[in-house]
Each structure stands twice: as C-alpha cells, then as structure tokens.
Design a protein around this ligand. Structure first.
Ligand code: F6P
Length: 774
C-alpha cells in the first residue's frame, strides 16, 4: 500500500510538473516575442524621426563652403545623436558615411562599436531598412539600420542600437515565477489527491477489510456494522454478497454441528441440498406451478420485480434456492417477456441468482378460461367448503386441458436431456399434468402436491369432469396433501369415480397397472436462525408497535394483525364482525385495541373477489365509524400487497394474530407469524378449519363462523398470562422449526425417489402372460 502511494505521488508530481512546465515555456516564449516586437517598433519610430533630422542637416550642409561646412555638419550630427541617445534601453545611435566610416556616434556605443555592423552595410547597399538581433562583443543587441538619402542618392546609414539584455532578464523572471507556481500547484494537487484517496478509497477499503476480518473471525454477524462503500457500489455489492454467503455457510456449519451434538435431526437448506444431490442424479429438481416466484412489471421506463402474495411461492422459494433446479411457471408480468432468453428462461432470485425460471406464455383467453374460469371459479370453491357455488363452463374446461398440455410441452423440453428426472407439480391448476408427463416420459418420477383441501366424494361429485381430473392425478407416482383427512377424501373419491384398486393399508391407488402413493406432507415455512440479540428483549416489540401505529396515524395500547389475500375463504368479514363483537362486549378495550388487516387484492378479475374487496373496505369503515374516537380507531385496512419484509414488523409488534379461514389447506400466515416471533410472545388465534390447526395445538382454536367465540378468543389472548403466551409460542415455534419447509421438501422427494417406477411395457406384458413363471 505504501509503495502504491509512493508511486502515485511520484507519477502525480512528474505529470503535474511536465504539464505546468509546458505551459510556462509557452508563456515565456509569448513574453519574449511581445518584448522583441515592442523593441522593434520603438526602434523604428526613433530611427525614422532621426533619419528625417539627419537628412535635413545633410541637405543644408551640401550647398555651403565645403571644408568648413563638413566640420560643422559633423558637429551638428554629433549633437543630434547625443540628444536622441538617452532613451530607455538604448545603447546608442551611430551615423556612417557611404563607405562605412563613422561620422557621429553616441559615447557609450563608441566604446564597443569599431566597424560598421553587417546590418548597416546591407542597408546602405540595398538602400532599405534592415533590422537584426546580434551581438556586440558579448552584449546582446538589436540593431535597426536605415539608409540616409539625398534625393535618390544614398549618402550613408544610421543605426539605432538597443541593449536587449532586459529581455533575457524578463524571461528569467517569468521562468522563476513559473517554477514557484508549479511547485505550489504540485504540492497542492498531491495533498488534495492524497486526502481524497485517504477519505474515499483507502479509508473505506480499510474499514471494509476490518469488517470482513471481524465477520470472518465471527466477532460480528452479517448485517452488523456494515461499512459504507458508496464509491464502489458494484464492488460493495459483491463484497456484501460474498460476506452474506460466508455468514450463511458459517451459520449452516455451526447449526449442523449443534444439531449433531444435540443428536437432533433438524432439516436445513444445506441438508436438503445434500439430500437432493444424493437422491437425484445431478441434484436437479423440476417444479411446475401456475404462479411464478418473480413477476416483472413495466413501470414507465423501469421494470419492477414483484414477489406475488402466495403461500406456494413462500414455501417453494427456499427449496429452489437450496438446490439449483428449474421452476416452470406462467409468465404473467407485463415485462416478463423482456427479461428472458431465447428459451424463455432467466436466473432468479434477481439479487442472487440460484435457480432457473422457465416461463410459459398464455393467451388472454387461455388465462381467462383456465386460471380465472376453471381453476378459480370451478375447482377453488369446489374444494373449499366456504359455501361459494362453483361454476363449471365447458369452454373453461377446454382451456384447462389445453393449458395443461402447453405446460406438458414446456416440462418435456426442460427434462429432455435428463434421465429419470424428478418433477414436482404444484396445485389444482395442473390436475391433468401428471398423466400427460408420465405418458411421454415413463422414466420420470412425478409428484403432485395439492395445496388446497380435497373435499368428500359427495362434494367433489358435482364436478362434471371429476373422472378426468382424478384420472389425470393418478398419472402421478405420488400425490401429496397437507393433512391425512384430505388424503382420505381423495382416496374415497378415487374409489367412487374411476376403475381402480384402493389399498387403504398402504394409502395408494392402483389404476391401469400404475400405482400412486397418497401421503400427507404438511407444508411449512423456512424458519430463520435465532437472533440472540433479539431474544429476551422485553421492550422491543412495544417500541416497534408505537412507531408502527404512529406511521398509520393511530394511537392504541394493543394491536392485532391479520394478513391475507382478499379471498372469501379467508373469513375476513367474519373476523371484522368478531372484532366488533369484542369491542361491544368489552368496552374497556375501546380506545385501546386496534386491528391491522393487511389485505392483498387477489383474482379481482373475478366478480366475487372484486365485490369482496369493496365489502371488506365498507365493513371496516362501518365499524370504525361506530367506535372511533380521537386518535384511536378499531381497524386499519391496508389494501395493497406487502412484501415479506414489510409484513415482518407487524407480526413482531402484534399482541395477537387472527387467522379465521372458513376452510384452508394449510395457511402459512399462522406459521409465518410464529416464525417472526423470536421473542416468544404474541398469541395466535387460528381457525379450526385450517390444515395448520392440526399441528398448532397451542393456538387459540376458533370456529370462525362463531362470532362470539372469536370475540372471546381475542379477549383471552389479550389477557393471557405472559408465561402462558411464552410457553405456547415456544412449543409452536419448536414444532415449525422441526417441521420446516426443508423437511417438507426432503420428505416429499425422498418418498418420491423411493417409489418403484413401472416396469417397461414389454416386461409388464410378460408378467401378465406369466412368461416368467417356471
Ligand atoms: O392455496 C392455493 C394457492 O395456489 C396457494 O398456493 C397460493 O397461496 C394461492 O393459492 C395463490 O393464489 P394465486 O396464485 O391464484 O394468486
């Protein structure tokens, strides 16, 4: 570093000195030129006026007594040159006759001038003015020689001689000044540069190095005391990413060691990726879902990246991050086509690419019929017992089949060069896809995970295409549901709808020689590591809450939180009614308890959803109107999608979280709330009709249709003893930490990889024909 600084200084000095010397040289040259031309001009003026006077004397003298006259003329000429010979820098004036002999000369000049200088000889000979810079002895001079005429005859010459030593002296002075100026400039520039380098380059780099050292030696954790490297933004980004990876690797290793030590079998991202590498040939996983994890939206000239409000995305993103796989999904963003390559792929997450996203394009009609129509107006209300009537239109069904085939083509392209690929199909949008893929690639292991409930056979039976749906699903090697009762409902449906043999002992169905396993895999979230600094920080959430409430323009002592897509299955209206009832029954909480509902508008293209959004808004307004006073109001409805990062502070600051789904496959909000409560506080009020209610037994379970019961649960939550709250949250957090999303994916993939693939057709045929029987 010191050598580098020295080099920098020397280069700077040489550079600045050269440039300044160049400029000074031109300054001196200019000054010299100006002084010389000034001298020439002055010599000319003097010379011309002298010539006039001398010629007049010569003309007068020619007509008189010659001998006497010549002597007098000589005297007069001598007087004349002496009179003029006292000008500044003038060495002297001399008059020659036509033969070059001196006729009159000033005394000073007489000392150095003995012969006629060449300029004078030349002027007499040519009969015209001659000027030259020359030397008299050692003295630098300027000589202006002018011929002297009588009519046309040249009688002699006159020379005006200037001492030019002052021009040299002046040049030297300019050089001296330039030297000191250059010296001052060099010192100033070097000083400023060194200060800039120190403040903006070496200082931040040294701080970054110190920070990385502290990070490497484990003295600080990632995100703590991050140095500001504003000038090196790209470098800073890389350093931060590297530091983050390092920090993750360290905590993963520590975690792993801790788990080994404790003999626990906890699932982590690293364990999952090791598991996948051993289970799958190249560790590559293929996931298919309708919803994509990142949506690119055009926003004027910019492109925004949006993470959609989807439990499926929340759950699967960490899985794909853990193993470099391919996620095939519908490209639904307005700028999605602009960011993909020729094969419609891109690497995501945009900040730290770890896996591939393959986008599938749908026409407006396809999206309308398949997604809004059949999937969300047909299958969604069919599977959720929320008393919304399903709509089954033949045109929608046609689009559903076409889009399933379109996704099949995309999947086949992606797995073309992979032998025995593992494909995880997601959700009710793709009931037909497992069979479509298996027909083309029997060597593929295909699982489908159904993220929503499966109703009983009677309820499912109203779907006109129930047989085709069940048949499509049975193409899979493994079908996953959140809970056992959905598995049971499904197998009962299979039993009734298609020709097959249901094996209740092993929970599988055999149809056309293909066996499909049916298993519960309760989905979960990725619970982050404990943050020791935040544990046991009793005042933390209260401060955070006050700030949050202030930002919403409300003052309240207690706070509740609800986070949902605005969907009729989520029981949001019932929740608002329960809050109203609670305030009615327990008026002492009026002015004190505020409920914040974060509602992400969803599927608003469908009238039912569009109307619900307005209904929720109107209901919140009505209840606010009824109770609000001063700076307090009972509810705040935040009607927009919030990122996970934006939601987290609400989870952490809330006294309670309300999940009141009328029917829900799992509900990850309940688990996200618990994951966020590293302080082991807060109460979860949970609908008994969610899949999560089967696992989270320490929540206050409610029937969301029972408004009074939910109102009582709110009171119980607010008045629960702190020890009770802590015990419940601790137990539930332990459960979701053990049963996290990595375990979900690990179990699903392990089970899928253990499935015996069907024997090739010829072998099967032989088996049927008893060829192998001795
Ligand atoms: O619950 C089913 C589901 O697909 C979830 O996985 C997801 O959270 C939600 O619906 C999202 O719905 P959409 O993709 O239609 O916005």
């Amino acid at each position: 570093m010191r050598l580098l600084s020295l080099r920098l200084i020397v280069s700077l000095i040489v550079g600045v000195a050269l440039v300044s010397a160049g400029f000074s040289y031109y300054d001196v040259l200019g000054e010299k030129r100006a002084l010389r031309s000034d001298l020439e001009r002055r010599a000319e003026v003097l010379g011309e006026s002298l010539v006039g006077n001398v010629e007049r004397l010569l003309n007068v003298g020619s007509g008189k007594n010659k001998g006497k006259g010549e002597a007098r003329l000589g005297e007069e000429l001598q007087r004349l040159v002496q009179r003029f010979g006292t000008r500044e820098n003038l060495l002297g004036i001399v008059i020659f006759d036509r033969n070059g002999a001196i006729v009159a000369v000033t005394p000073e000049l007489a000392k150095t001038l003995t012969t006629s200088p060449p300029a004078v000889t030349q002027a007499i000979k040519q009969g015209r003015e001659e000027g030259a810079f020359a030397k008299l002895g050692n003295l630098p001079v300027h000589i202006l020689a002018l011929p002297l005429h009588r009519q046309d005859e040249v009688l002699g010459g006159l020379a005006v001689v200037h001492d030019v030593g002052y021009i040299r002296a002046r040049s030297l002075l300019v050089w001296r000044q330039a030297f000191f100026r250059v010296l001052a400039q060099v010192l100033l520039i070097v000083l400023i540069t060194l200060l800039i380098v120190r403040w903006s380059i070496t200082g931040p780099i040294a701080r970054a190095a110190q920070w990385m050292r502290a990070l490497r030696t484990g003295k600080i954790s990632f995100g703590q005391d991050v140095p500001d490297l504003a000038m090196f933004r790209p470098l800073a980004h890389e350093v931060a990413t590297m530091a983050e990876s390092l920090s993750h690797a360290r905590s993963a290793a520590e975690n792993e060691a801790r788990l080994r030590e404790a003999g626990e079998s906890m699932w982590t991202a690293d364990r999952l990726s090791v598991q996948l590498r051993t289970r799958l040939d190249d560790g590559h996983l293929f996931v298919v879902s309708n919803r994509e994890p990142y949506i690119h939206q055009r926003n004027g000239k910019a492109i925004d990246v949006v993470v959609p409000p989807s439990g499926l995305v929340t759950a699967l993103e960490p899985v794909l991050n853990a193993c470099d796989g391919t996620w095939v999904a519908h490209g639904s963003g307005s700028a999605d086509t602009e960011v993909v390559d020729a094969a419609d792929r891109l690497r995501v997450p945009p900040e730290d690419p770890r896996y591939s996203l393959r986008r599938v394009w749908l026409t407006k009609e396809e999206e309308e019929g398949y997604y809004y129509g059949f999937a969300n107006e047909g299958l969604w209300p069919l599977c959720h017992i929320a008393h919304a009537r399903p709509l089954f239109r033949a045109a929608d069904w046609q689009h559903y089949q076409d889009v399933n085939r379109k996704f099949m083509n995309a999947v086949l392209e992606e797995i073309a060069n992979v032998s025995k690929p593992v494909v995880l199909v997601q959700d009710y949008h793709f009931a037909l896809l497992p069979r479509l893929i298996k027909e083309k690639r029997p060597d593929a292991r295909v699982a489908i995970f159904w993220h929503i409930p499966w109703p009983n056979p009677e309820a499912f039976g109203i779907c006109p295409w129930q047989r085709q749906l069940v048949d499509g699903l049975l193409g899979a090697d493994l079908i996953g549901f959140h809970i056992q009762s959905h598995c049971n409902n499904f197998l009962e449906t299979v039993d009734r709808v298609v020709e097959s043999r249901v094996d209740w002992e092993h929970f599988s169905a055999l149809r056309q020689d293909h066996r499909t396993m049916v298993r519960p895999f309760p989905i979960s979230v990725a619970v982050t590591d404990e943050d020791a600094a935040e544990n046991n920080n009793h005042g933390f959430n209260y401060l955070e809450r006050t700030a949050l409430m202030r930002s919403l323009g409300v003052e309240a002592t207690f706070m509740g939180i609800g986070v949902d897509r605005v969907d009729y299955t989520k029981g949001i209206l019932e929740r608002l009614l329960a809050i109203e009832r609670f305030l009615e029954k327990y008026p002492s909480y009026q002015g004190k308890f505020t409920f914040v509902q974060i509602g992400a508008p969803s599927r608003t293209h469908i009238k039912r959803y569009h109307d619900l959004l307005a209904e929720v808004e109107a209901e919140a307004e009505r209840i606010n109107w009824r109770f609000q006073s001063g700076k307090w109001k009972p509810m705040v409805f935040l009607k927009r999608q919030h990122s996970h990062k934006e939601i987290e502070p609400y989870y952490r600051a809330a006294d309670l979280c309300l999940v009141t789904s009328l029917h829900d496959g799992m509900n990850l909000v309940a688990k996200e709330f618990l994951a966020a409560r590293r302080d082991e506080r807060g109460v979860l009020i949970l609908s008994q009709f969610t899949g999560a209610a089967r696992e989270l037994r320490d929540a206050l379970l409610v029937n969301p249709y029972d408004i009074d019961q939910t109102a009582e649960a709110i009171r119980a939550a607010l008045e629960m003893e702190p020890e009770d709250k802590e015990l419940r949250v601790r137990r539930m957090r332990k459960l979701i930490k053990e049963h996290n999303i990595y375990r979900w994916a690990g179990n699903l993939i392990t089970e899928l990889c253990e499935v015996r693939l069907d024997a090739p057709e010829d072998t099967q045929e032989k088996l049927r024909a008893n060829v192998f029987v001795a």
